[in-house]
Design a protein around this ligand. Structure first.
Ligand SMILES: [Zn+2]
Length: 341
C-alpha cells in the first residue's frame, strides 16, 4: 500500500462526526480486498473482520480470543447555525477545531459548496461565535440555495508531501490512523485472534462510536490507533513524549485512558522482536476511543499505537510516513502473536 497516495485519497473524502458516509464508503472499498467480511453498525462504525477460521472450516471463531482495533474516521467540522441577511454563515464547532488557525481557512460542504472562514471586525480572540463562513452569497436567500442550518463544513485542503517522509493535510487526525489500520490489514496473514478492524464514527465529539462498537464486539483485547501530540516543536514543555519520525508510539496514557501495562509491554516486545521502530506515547491532554474500549464490560486488555502529529486539529496537520508504516506493521505483528496473558 502506498501510504502517501492512500492519505491523499482519504483526505479528499468528506466525513465530519455524524456524517461519515463519504469517508466510510471509501474505506470500505480500500479494506475489501483484505477483509473476510465487512459491515456497518447503527452508529455508522465500519467493521472489517479478519478471521483465523475464514480459510479453515474446522476452526470455529469462538476458538480464538477477539481483538478489536479502532481508528476513528471522523473529523472535526463547523456546523452552520444561522444565516445572516448578508449571506454570511454563523457556525458552531463539531469537535474541537483549532480556532486560532481558522482565520481565512478554506472550507467545503458535502455538496461541494466552497467557503472561506472570516473573523468579525471586533473579534479580540478566536472563538466560534466571532467567526463566519463566506460562501460568496450576496443574501440569505442566495446562501439558502446552497447551504442549510445543520450542514457541516470541513477544511478544504489536499494532503501534500513535505520532503521525503512528511505529509501535511487537514485530516491526518485520524486518516493517518485509518491508513495504518488498512496497512495492518494488508500485512496480516496469519491472525492469532478473531480480528475486528473498526473505523469508528463520532470520536471527535467524545468517542460516541467506539462505545457501541466495543459493546457489540465484546473483545478480550483492544488496540486504539490515533494521532498524538508531538513533543518536538520550539518551546515544547516536554509534558508529552512522542516525536515525528520516532516510530510507532506505544500509548501509555492520555487524558482519557491508562493502558494496561501488560499491553504496553506486549506491544513493545513485538516491536523489538520484529525490529519495528517504536517510542512511548504519554500525553496530558486529549482523549481516544481507547477509553471506552478499556472500560467495556468487566474491562478489556487495552493498548494503543499512536502517530505523532504537529498542529493537531488545524488545516495543516503534519506527520511522518515512516511512523504510519511502523504503526501498521506493529498492529499486524501484534495480531500474529499469541497473547501471553
Ligand atoms: Zn483523533
Amino acid at each position: 500500500m502506498d501510504i502517501t497516495e492512500t492519505l491523499k485519497t482519504l483526505s479528499a473524502c468528506y466525513g465530519p462526526s455524524g456524517c461519515e458516509t463519504g469517508i466510510r464508503e471509501k474505506i470500505a472499498e480500500l479494506a475489501a480486498p483484505y477483509a473476510d467480511r465487512i459491515y456497518t453498525d447503527v452508529m455508522g462504525n465500519l467493521i472489517a473482520v479478519k478471521s483465523p477460521s475464514a480459510k479453515d472450516d474446522s476452526i470455529a471463531p469462538a476458538d480464538f480470543p477477539r481483538l478489536m482495533f479502532a481508528a476513528h474516521m471522523d473529523s472535526v467540522g463547523l456546523m452552520v447555525t444561522y444565516i445572516e441577511e448578508s449571506g454570511l454563515l454563523r457556525f458552531g464547532a463539531v469537535g474541537v477545531p483549532d480556532l486560532a488557525s481558522l482565520k481565512a481557512a478554506a472550507v467545503r460542504f458535502e455538496n461541494g459548496t466552497s467557503g472561506t472562514v472570516g473573523w468579525d471586525a471586533d473579534a479580540k480572540e478566536p472563538s466560534a461565535d466571532s467567526m463566519f463562513i463566506d460562501i460568496g452569497a450576496k443574501s440569505r436567500k442566495e446562501a439558502e440555495e446552497r447551504v442549510r442550518c445543520g450542514d457541516i463544513a470541513v477544511y478544504d485542503a489536499p494532503a501534500r508531501a513535505l520532503g521525503r517522509d512528511r505529509i501535511a493535510g487537514p485530516y491526518m487526525d485520524n486518516r493517518a490512523g485509518v491508513a495504518a489500520q488498512l496497512l495492518a490489514m494488508e500485512l496480516l496473514k496469519a491472525p492469532k485472534y478473531e480480528c475486528f478492524f473498526v473505523f469508528t464514527a463520532q470520536e471527535e465529539v467524545g468517542h460516541r462510536g467506539a462505545k457501541p462498537a466495543v459493546f457489540g464486539i465484546d473483545p478480550q483485547y483492544a488496540v486504539v490507533c490515533d494521532t498524538t501530540y508531538s513533543d518536538d516543536i520550539p518551546g515544547s514543555k516536554h509534558v508529552g513524549t512522542a516525536v515525528l519520525g520516532g516510530g510507532a508510539a506505544v500509548k501509555v496514557m492520555d487524558k482519557s485512558v491508562i493502558c494496561h501495562p501488560e499491553m504496553v509491554s506486549a506491544l513493545k516486545a513485538v516491536a523489538g522482536k520484529k525490529k519495528i521502530p517504536c517510542q512511548t506515547d504519554i500525553i496530558q491532554k486529549g482523549g481516544t476511543d481507547g477509553s471506552d474500549m478499556r472500560k467495556n464490560a468487566s474491562g478489556v486488555w487495552t493498548g494503543g499505537v499512536s502517530i505523532a502529529t504537529r498542529c493537531i486539529h488545524s488545516p495543516q496537520e503534519v506527520c511522518s510516513i515512516s511512523d504510519i508504516e511502523a504503526a501498521g506493521r506493529l498492529m499486524a505483528a501484534f495480531a500474529e502473536t499469541k497473547p501471553g496473558f
